[in-house]
Design a protein around this ligand. Sequence first.
Ligand code: AMP
Ligand code: TRP
Length: 351
Amino acid sequence: MNVQQRVFSGVQPTGNLHLGNYLGAIKRFAELQDSFDCIYCVVDMHAITPDMRVWGGPSELSRNIREVTAAYLAAGIDPTRHIVFNQSQVSGHAELAWVFNCVSRLGWLNRMTQFKEKAGKDRENASVGLYAYPNLMAADILLYHATHVPVGEDQKQHIELTRDIAQKFNNDFAESIAANGLGRGEEGGYFPLTEPLIGGPAARVMSLRDGSKKMSKSDPSDLSRINLTDDADAVASKIRKAKTDPEPLPTELDGLKGRPEAENLVGIYAALSGSGKEEVLANYGGGQFSTFKGALVELAVEKLGPIGNEMKRLVADPGHIDAVLRDGAERARAIADVTMRQVKDIVGFVR
Ligand code: AMP
Ligand code: TRP
């Protein structure tokens, strides 16, 4: 294992964990465990950025924090070899986010497409937290000097912003970093320029009802997504009802162009089976959707069934989940505290 290379990622505890969260993020978190030192966070401070009526209130938040933790564990993340914790238990996230609020620029945040989407038309009424959300995300990552961040395609812009913040901090404080002997790496910067790990056939899983919209926790139609806790019957009926077009599946990748629903289902099959879209088309191209959907139902039930069952077993024992989170938070804090002491020295705060 290369200890210089550290993975950090997070999922918001906002309910309705779905196949996009699994294939775009959580499944890949588990796969990185043998090559990196990994920190996986339940980003509960991000979850309260919308209005409370949207995030559901205190008991729902606690339940969702435990559910995301259960999904991590059920997907095979080992909390003894790596770190699993919830953000609000480590105060360094909020502290570093404040420093970054002062490094990051309004002009940068104004470009964030996720804010524009989430704030919608009534921007005046959006919380300051929703606006500053990407600065907190940069703090999550840089508090641990993470070098790699596995996320779905929708988070790419936030990782680019994280790099901009790291770069500006390194430049603004270059002298102080050097004077305190805290330069790391060749450039002598303090924070790394983190790389996103985005890719594979399911970096952007689309809604089962509309191939132009991404699968999302907040889509009012439950038929649009496969939830990780759906039972076999629900998975089967959602896949059978998934929107398609009347043509048979193409035999070549090119044939998926302009057919977003077909491309989505092929991508889901590829990601679940650990292959590529080409291979899926080699097997099912030329055939009817009904045959392909039957195979997809079988595969999805086989892969997701055990995860959903394990999640349900784990959430039934909140004491165990909470102990995992406390232990992870303690180990995360040991790393975060060192960073915060160094950041304070770099910025000039007296401690
Ligand atoms: P969130 O639920 O917004 O906290 O997202 C958690 C993780 O799942 C992030 O890495 C997202 O990029 C990823 N993700 C969310 N929706 C999708 C999707 N439809 N397809 C692929 N990845 C997704
Ligand atoms: N913004 C991410 C999302 O909505 C969640 C997140 C918060 C995150 N902090 C992070 C992801 C740090 C990766 C690294 O999906």
